[in-house]
Design a protein. Structure first.
Length: 143
């Protein structure tokens, strides 16, 4: 069996919570690991907060925090915030999207990255911000 190809076009990818939560699914694990090994994954503090909020105990929190802190970061800067607001203004009336998703996509755009996800919102946001939208699996194919 040939080695798995990393996700995306070779540019860095900021993963969303929806992708992180599905990384161990057998249908995506090999590509997730290939993307990780190629140093193409980055984390946004918004995603880190969402993931850490779900930690069931202190040990899981500490381990997850350590894992996430070791990854490159896509920070929420003033200009990323401005880009998120600009995308919100542009998309106003088209569809209401979670504020966190605007920030994640804008942080990815500022870093020159795309977004790895399992959430239709990012197709809309990435198009508005001019960055790559990469599904971790075909929509509707995994839980």
């Amino acid at each position: 069996m040939p080695p798995a190809e990393p996700y995306g076009s070779g540019e860095p990818l900021v993963f969303d919570t929806s992708a992180w939560n599905r990384q161990s699914n057998p249908s995506v694990l090999a590509r997730w690991l290939a993307t990780e090994e190629a140093d193409l994954l980055a984390v946004c503090p918004v995603v880190a907060l969402e993931l850490l909020a779900g930690a069931r105990n202190e040990e899981k929190f500490v381990n997850l925090d350590r894992t996430l802190a070791a990854l490159p970061a896509a920070h929420i800067t003033r200009s990323a915030g401005t880009a998120a607001i600009g995308a919100s203004r542009e998309l106003r009336g088209e569809r209401r999207l979670p504020a966190a998703d605007y920030l994640i996509a804008a942080a990815a755009a500022e870093r020159g990255a795309g977004v790895l996800h399992y959430d239709r919102h990012f197709d809309i946001l990435c198009r508005a911000l001019g960055i790559e939208s990469v599904w971790i699996a075909e929509p509707g194919s995994i839980d």
